[in-house]
Design a protein around this ligand. Structure first.
Ligand code: NAD
Length: 273
């Protein structure tokens, strides 16, 4: 038995972006959500146009606007720019509505504002809304802690040819989880290049190797190796819609939560270890 409302009204900020478009498509095609608002930056393309039409679907009667005006009972999803997040936070507090924030790159300043706003409203804040990646990171922590520091950890990741950063943020997050399980920091254990070292691995280090090519949405494998056996934990993303679906799962979850900052582990119900 659940108290979840049948239809969760959604406001999307960054409506014309890759994530905003993907979220609007999922909302319009879902029986569990209804699109109530779509916002993008002043002067941006698509302002005044029907949000459903803009994402290649039928008209939904919601025009893309430039002002976030959510009525109580709705959930705001912000996937825009870090410069926009402070204003969006203030609007959500003013209108007493929950926020699902996936905008990255705001650093400590935006994170502090999120903590302050969370005294008044519930906020789900995550750099990666994929349920599968969230689970992989949680399992990495459990495995590294349970198997112990004698098991050697290595991480391999693969992404499409256009990705500019390496290793991926998710690979670093997995390594961070392994490091914390050993009460170490990421910078103490992380090795990305062994080509010039001419020495065997140290017991503590975690090698991370980034492969680039093709159109891979993202693959990550954590190997935990011992004498005579090894464990491999792998997540493979084949569709970018996983982020939109995860964000909407968070939106449904956060509707009736008390004020506070939450992440995808809370949404999935993963107990802190
Ligand atoms: P994008 O550049 O395609 O879209 C951003 C949109 O925000 C654009 O339409 C832009 O016009 C709009 N925008 C800019 N300023 C605005 C403002 N002041 N008010 C309202 N809208 C504004 O980017 P994207 O790929 O959709 O990503 C958006 C954000 O989400 C980035 O920070 C990205 O890192 C993050 N992201 C997070 C996840 C996750 O799982 N947490 C997944 C993918 C992307």
């Amino acid at each position: 038995m659940t108290n979840e409302p049948h239809l969760v009204p959604i406001h999307v900020v960054g409506a014309r972006g890759r994530m905003g478009t993907s979220i609007i498509r999922e909302v319009v095609q879902s029986e569990n959500f209804i699109l109530e608002g779509a916002v993008d930056r002043t002067g941006g393309p698509g302002l005044g146009h029907d949000a459903g039409r803009l994402v290649g679907l039928t008209e939904v009667g919601v025009k893309v606007g430039e002002l976030l005006e959510p009525r109580p009972g709705t959930v705001v999803l912000d996937f825009s720019l870090p410069e926009a997040t402070p204003k969006n936070l203030a609007r959500c507090v003013e209108h007493h509505v929950p926020l699902v924030c996936g905008t990255t790159g705001g650093g400590e300043v935006v994170e502090q504002l999120i903590r302050e706003a969370s005294a008044n409203i519930p906020i789900v804040y995550a750099a990666n809304f994929s349920a599968g990646v969230t689970m992989l990171i949680a399992l990495a922590g459990i495995a590294a802690r349970s198997l112990g520091p004698k098991w050697e950890a290595e991480i391999v990741e693969l992404h499409h040819r256009h990705k500019k950063d390496a290793p991926s943020g998710t690979a670093l997050r997995i390594a961070h989880e392994v490091a914390s399980s050993r009460e170490q920091t990421l910078s103490e254990i992380f090795v990305a290049d062994r080509s010039t070292r001419h020495q065997a691995r140290s017991a503590d280090e975690v090698g991370i190797f980034g492969m680039r090519g093709g159109d891979s949405v993202g693959e990550h494998t954590l190997m935990l190796l011992s004498d005579g056996e090894r464990v491999e934990l792998t997540h493979r993303a084949t569709d970018r819609r996983i982020f939109a679906r995860g964000a909407l799962r968070a939106a449904r979850w956060v509707v009736d939560k008390p004020p506070g900052v939450y992440d995808m582990r809370d949404v999935l119900g993963i107990d802190p270890v």
